[in-house]
Ligand binder design. Structure first.
Ligand code: PEP
Ligand code: MG
Length: 756
């Protein structure tokens, strides 16, 4: 660039001096605009700051009328400045006045300027304001000048983000948005409310040195780190540790492709040439990428931008050569972990006593980390776009795992409202606790067995805490899902034994491995399937490759030596599959007996009922099994042909609809008639309203999430099951057309003072 005062590097050096001067924020901003205008031979340089009300306020100017500072406030979409802010993209025009978005404010005196260059002031992809230069002449700003202004905007972004400008906002005017309260709604992953402070799972690297002392040296640092990162990726992909196919490899291949992308390297180099340090250059490019990512609607493009963002992260760590993982066992009090994504094992490493909540940018209800969050009882919310860009370490944050709301830097009113809700919940919790040792019998004397759903060692204390009657569903796949490698038989054995020890006299029903579908094991090569939910999963995989299933059965039989063992199989679709699976148990029993192992005193074998084909084989099935367990999650999915993991359809059909309730009722009626125990272990039983309906249609055993034991039990103790049955019977049997059953049940609950 031909700037009269020595180009962008000189400008950056001067800016550094200004940033270090002990002057007020206003004086600093005033000096910055003077410096930029002089350096770029512009007649005008202005800084507009985005305020909490979404408007853009002129905070400093060189060239426009001085009295317009803090008085000129633009609407979010007003004029070219509004356009730069909303699109987060530079606008460079030699004749601004002919642009359709052009408008001017008379009080600034800007109507005489023709050329316009505006760039967004970005930080972690968020727009904090707009930096503008203008000239009277119809001048074309070069690409280098545009680049230089963006680089300068980065320095201004740090100043705004520091919160320093709040002190110079006009009294009564809305503050700069940089530190504003942010409310985002995402996917509720685990119920509960947490108030605390942000801990970034992968802390952003705080750059202290933006401005290069020696550009050549910075270029060399950048090149060297890109080279190392490339060869690391090459080694990783070629060493044979990453499976030949599968998601992990695809992701790494994408990273490698981008790592060799010339455009990306060019942008980084350009940023260094304008005078930034290598790390500041990476941050600049990353911030642009994030800004585009947040606005991209095309999922393919978003994914690619995501890869680029991730690559910048790798490069940054490569460059600074430090381990930025926070010490997981030394969390501050009331820590709320904010992450883009996280594996289940990582969550388990955090200090449980200080961990209060979890916020993820990605991660739906079926993600493995969500499963662990539920097992740990941590309020969690997923699908919060740019959470790691919005939240700074130490910020106050509220996680509402019931509604899926996250509030970063909440207003005092919001915080007070939540404190009140937490108090209410605590009161309710203590009421539930008081019910812990009460027998679970309805008001009209029907005993209900209330069991727990579990799957990890961290679940075990819940048996005692809740006073549940045992474990109705132990999802053995969870141990496999959270592990980095396939758990060995000895590890399975020790978990199963720990579970039986913790349960003591209470029964535990183990379910054999239910993998495949949405339950993916990262270390197991999985074939691409068009319809994984209908694919090679659960018992199908177990029967076709019996090695894994047999090893598991052996571990279960040995762990239960001298005690009772209850085992059931997932996804059974035909009675022959049950026979075959049960045959494997017999074979293992024979094997263990022959080798003199201590055997279980009794083995009960049952099955999940979660595939609709079983509904037409119930008689044969009931003859064969010792017990049944209804998986309402999958049964609903297959019954209505609506993918449980697809948000567009998963809520479309109500499990409390007449057709579904008829199904549940038939299963209960047939099992009860033949005196075969039946439990319902899907999520439906974990809601008080669902439990009400199930009890009304004949279920006497429910297996629920640990957090649901209290609310479900409280409802059952007040329930007149006979009365509820009388209400529901005709509603289920009568033709459709009356008010939805859910609404009728709610009305019944409120008439009878039941908390649902
Ligand atoms: C079910 O399908 O209802 C069930 C309990 O099993 P999972 O949720 O583990 O598939
Ligand atoms: Mg299931």
């Amino acid at each position: 660039m031909r700037g009269a005062l020595g180009g962008p590097r000189v400008l950056l050096r001067r800016l550094r001096e200004v940033m270090a001067e002990p002057v007020s924020a206003q004086e600093r901003l005033d000096k910055i605009v003077v410096l930029i205008a002089a350096n770029m031979v512009a007649e005008v340089c202005s800084v507009y700051v985005l305020r909490v009300d979404g408007r853009l306020e002129l905070y400093a100017t060189e060239g426009l009328k001085a009295e317009s500072v803090h008085n000129t406030v633009l609407a979010a979409d007003e004029g070219l400045v509004g356009l730069v802010a909303s699109e987060a993209n530079p606008i460079n025009l030699s004749e601004a006045q002919s642009h359709p978005a052009f408008s001017y404010r008379a009080e600034t005196g800007e109507e005489i300027y023709h050329s316009f260059l505006g760039v967004p002031i970005l930080r972690a992809g968020n727009t904090l304001g707009v930096l503008v230069v203008q000239n009277r002449a119809r001048r074309t700003y070069s690409e280098e000048e545009e680049e230089a202004l963006q680089t300068t905007a980065m320095v201004v972004a740090e100043m705004i983000a520091s919160g320093e400008l709040s002190a110079i906002a006009r009294p009564g005017a809305p503050e700069p948005a940089a530190r504003r309260p942010v409310h985002i709604n995402g996917a509720a992953l685990n119920d509960g409310i947490a108030l605390g402070h942000v801990v970034l799972h992968e802390p952003r690297i705080v750059i202290t040195n933006f401005i290069a002392d020696d550009v050549n040296k910075e270029l060399k640092r950048l090149e060297a780190s890109i080279e190392t990162m490339r060869s690391d990726l090459d080694v990783l992909l070629e060493r044979g540790e990453v499976p030949d196919a599968g998601e992990h490899r695809d992701v790494l291949e994408a990273y490698r492709m981008f790592a060799y992308d010339r455009g990306w390297q060019h942008r980084l180099t350009e940023a260094v040439v304008t005078g930034l340090t290598a790390e500041a250059a990476i941050e600049r490019v990353q911030s642009d990428t994030r800004a585009r990512m947040l606005r991209a609607t095309d999922p393919y493009l978003r994914e690619r931008l995501h890869d680029l963002d991730e690559l910048s992260n790798r490069l940054m760590h490569q460059l600074l050569g430090k381990d930025y993982t926070p010490p997981r066992d030394r969390l501050p009090e009331n820590a709320i972990i904010v992450a883009r994504t996280m594996g289940p094992a990582a969550l388990l490493e955090y200090d449980r006593k200080r961990l209060r909540g979890l916020v993820l940018e990605e991660g739906g209800p079926n993600s493995h980390v969500a499963i662990v969050a539920r097992a740990l009882g941590i309020p969690a919310v997923g699908e919060i776009a740019n959470a790691t860009g919005v939240a700074d370490p130490g910020d106050a944050i509220i996680v509402d795992g019931a509604s899926g709301d996250v509030h970063v830097r909440p207003s005092p009113d919001m915080e007070a409202a939540y404190v009140e809700r937490v108090r209410l919940r605590a009161r309710r919790q203590s009421q539930y606790l008081a019910l812990r040792d009460k027998p679970c019998v309805t008001k009209d004397g029907v005993p209900i067995t209330l069991l727990l759903n579990a799957g990890l060692a961290v679940d075990l204390p819940h048996i005692d805490e809740t006073g549940a009657a045992g474990i109705g569903l132990f999802r053995t796949e969870l141990q496999f899902m959270v592990a980095a490698n396939l758990p060995r038989t000895a590890e399975q054995f020790s978990l199963y034994r720990a579970v039986l020890d913790a349960a003591g006299d209470k029964p535990v029903t183990f379910r054999t491995l239910d993998i495949g579908g949405d339950k993916v094991l990262p270390y197991m090569r999985n074939e691409e399937e068009e319809n994984p939910a209908l694919g090679w999963r659960a018992i199908r995989l177990g029967l076709d490759r019996p090695g894994l299933l047999r090893a598991q059965i052996r571990a279960l039989l040995r762990a239960a030596g001298g005690r009772e063992l209850k085992v059931m199989f997932p996804m059974i679709a035909a009675v022959e599959e049950f026979d075959e699976a049960k045959g494997l148990i017999e074979r293992e029993l024979t094997h263990l007996r022959r080798h003199g192992h201590k055997l279980p005193d009794r083995v009960e074998v049952g099955t999940m009922v979660e595939v609709p084909s079983l509904l037409y084989q119930l008689d044969e099935l009931i003859d064969r099994v010792d017990f049944l367990s209804v998986g309402s999650n999958d049964l609903l999915q297959f019954f209505y042909a609506a993918d449980r993991g697809n948000k567009r359809v998963s809520g479309r059909f109500d499990p409390l609809s007449a057709p579904m309730l008829r199904v549940f009722k038939v299963i209960a009626a047939k099992s009860n008639a033949r005196h075969k125990p039946v439990t319902l272990c899907g999520e439906l039983a974990s809601t008080p309203l669902g439990a009400l309906a199930l009890t009304a249609i004949g279920y006497r055993s429910l297996s629920v999430a640990p957090s649901a034991v209290g609310p479900v039990k409280a409802m059952l103790l007040d329930l007149d099951a006979g009365k509820a049955g009388k209400l529901l019977g005709p509603l289920i049997d009568s033709p459709a057309g009356s008010a939805p059953i859910r609404e009728r049940l709610k009305a019944f609950a409120s008439e009878h003072g039941l908390q649902v």
